[in-house]
Design a protein around this ligand. Structure first.
Ligand code: ZN
Length: 607
């Protein structure tokens, strides 16, 4: 596509008042006007890859649509200021559409057609006429338009159409069609025209952002970009999800996600949340379709709930925050506008999290509020890691068929891995980003250190004790992996402690289910570190996942680890029972490198 520049030739509007005095003396008074800035943009259905487009409720493969948007300011010869919202939407050098939206020209089309032709002279149209019985879809069906045939722009010949949209004067130049008859035969051009929507903020240029978003909002309570709903496709579910890059790490700008807050969260909390997720996007990649909602029951949730309804969460009929609270769960999923399996095309991860400082027992019970903030961050990283895991299983569920609630064709991923890998990740992640966090910097917190639970700040951040609900254990927020190793080793050697949730003497298939596991959070943590120790961190974090959609997790485990899961349980148990009970882990058991050196998350390849 050529690098067309945006050219706008202003209408010349005569707003000068001419006063005739005494029938002879003429004094012209120029009244300069500023017509103001248009409040709408013509937004195209843009893409940068020849993948899929939603068209007439079907996903069809077509040429990429490139979009560029520009606000321009002009002054007409009378000195009037004109601001124009200019959109260039095209699929090729010859097939493109330019839309100019402005305020100022009269909004009475027929009168304007009579007086000045209605389509600016710079389009050079050979014929122009007013039509009140038209039928053309340009961001909605138009019946009243001014047609201009055999027009030209930027060296291309085309058709021009002018009409009124929301009290704005809109002129469209369509390159590649010269008459309404040739236009109606060109499905690419009519597709571009009918794909136009009217939005209030400047859309992303294709090179800034390759996606079109039907929700694109950035306010204090809503940071949200959601692509249009897809009703059906002739691709298989996996093919479709692959075609939109669901399993690909994206840039923050490109990815589809939504963060929603009640109005009464502090700025500090919001900053913590966005800062932490930005770091996750940097290290692990921004993955599409992540919806995160944190709320208080007594806060104002109107804005957030209206977005949930717009997205179509649970059908899009949420009327109160209590309904959201009833179904609280992180990380669960929803299907837009429907609750049936076909809607897998529109499945989104959903973190529906009531205020953690109030409703998450072990965080609510944490007396030190700053430690609680690190715990919340640990939780955010854990849940986002689940979102990452889920992205690579496509429409198949990340779980076991033996587990609760009728999962959709689960890959048979065991709880010890799903939860354990999602337990290793936040620890290594927090260790890397700890010095850069505002929470750390603003409090001048020292490097955390295990000091035998002596109550010092460095010890507390390293391993805080938390209890609440079914949880009661030392949370290794930042650094106490060796402490956990010691607990697991003691337990497996028959001398477990009552204080911690590690209650197993061996590691068995019982660890595959959340209902039967005995080795606790710590046990699955160490099992995954061991798995990485005998393979690699990339294998543990996502290598096994890469083939799981196709052959299931157990077979993929065997392929990537070189033994069955049962053989792994025996080997791990034997390893933990070796030597003396107080022996530290062998050299190199815990890595020294930061997470981003250890693992290249962008190398994940699950397609
Ligand atoms: Zn989890």
């Amino acid at each position: 596509m050529t690098n067309r520049h945006f050219i706008h030739f202003s209408f010349i509007i005569l707003l000068s008042a001419v006063l005739i005095l005494n029938g002879c003396a003429k004094i012209g008074i120029m009244a300069r006007a500023d017509y103001g800035t248009p409040t709408i943009w013509a937004s195209g259905s843009c893409s940068s890859h020849p993948e899929e487009q939603t068209k007439h409720d079907q996903v069809v493969v077509m040429d990429p649509v490139m979009c560029e948007y520009k606000q321009e300011s002009h002054r007409d010869p009378k000195g009037n200021t004109m601001t124009v919202h200019n959109s260039n939407i095209g699929t090729s050098v010859t097939s493109w559409v330019n839309v100019s939206v402005e305020k100022g020209p009269p909004t009475n089309l027929s009168q304007y057609a009579d007086t000045r032709g209605g389509i600016p002279d710079h389009y050079g149209c050979s014929t122009k006429w007013y039509d009140s019985f038209a039928s053309i879809d340009v961001g909605g069906t138009r019946t009243e338009v001014i047609w201009g045939e055999n027009c030209s722009m930027d060296g291309s010949t085309g058709l021009a159409i002018a009409f009124i949209e929301q009290e704005h004067y809109v002129t469209v130049f369509i390159s590649g069609a010269t008459s309404s008859a040739t236009l109606s035969n060109d499905t690419t051009l009519t597709g571009i025209l009918s794909g136009i929507s009217w939005v209030s903020s400047k859309p992303w240029n294709t090179n800034e952002n390759t996606r079109s978003f039907s929700i694109n909002k950035n306010t204090r309570n809503v940071k949200c970009k959601i692509t249009p709903f897809v009703k059906s496709t002739n691709l298989s579910k996996k093919e479709y999800l692959e075609s939109i890059g669901l399993n690909k790490p994206k840039s923050k700008e490109d990815a589809e996600f939504c963060f929603l807050f009640s109005d009464n969260f502090s700025d500090q909390f919001r900053r913590d949340a966005m800062e932490l997720h930005d770091k996750l996007f940097e290290i692990i990649g921004a993955y599409d379709r992540f919806v995160y909602y944190v709320y208080t029951l007594d806060g104002d949730n109107e804005e957030a709930i209206s977005i949930l309804n717009e997205i179509g969460v649970w059908g899009g009929n949420i009327t109160s925050i209590e309904q959201v609270f009833e179904r609280r769960s992180c990380l669960s999923a929803f299907w837009r506008f429907a609750d049936f399996a076909e809607a897998k095309l529109n499945e989104y991860s959903f973190c529906n999290w009531p205020n953690p400082f109030e409703h998450t027992p072990w965080i609510a019970n944490q007396k030190n509020k700053n430690i609680a903030r690190y715990e919340v961050m640990h939780g955010w990283a854990h849940e986002y890691f689940h979102h990452f895991q889920r992205a690579h299983t496509f429409e198949r569920a990340l779980g076991m068929s033996s587990e609760c609630c009728g999962l959709y064709n689960p890959i048979e991923a065991p709880a010890w891995w799903v939860e354990g890998a999602a337990g290793v990740f936040p620890n290594y992640f927090l260790k890397e980003i700890y010095p850069d966090l505002s929470l750390t910097k603003e409090n001048n917190f020292p490097t955390p250190k295990r000091k035998g639970h002596d109550g010092s700040v460095e010890d507390k951040i390293c391993s805080a004790f938390s209890s609440g609900g079914t949880w009661s254990y030392w949370i290794f927020i930042y650094c106490d992996e060796e402490g956990v190793y010691g607990e697991v080793k003691k337990s497996m050697m028959g001398q477990g402690s009552r204080d911690v949730d590690i209650k197993c003497k061996e590691f068995t298939a019982k660890e595959e289910s959340r209902d039967t596991r005995k080795c606790g959070v710590g046990g699955s943590f160490i099992a995954n570190v061991y798995l990485a120790y005998i393979t690699s961190y990339e294998t543990m974090f996502f290598g096994i996942l890469e083939d799981s959609w196709e052959i299931g997790f157990p077979a993929s485990f065997e392929k990537h680890v070189g033994m069955t899961m049962d053989e792994f349980y025996v080997q791990f148990t034997k390893f933990m029972r070796e030597g003396n009970i107080d022996d530290p882990p062998p050299q190199g058991f815990f890595p020294k490198e930061p997470l981003s050196k250890l693992v290249d998350f962008s190398s994940v390849d699950s397609g």
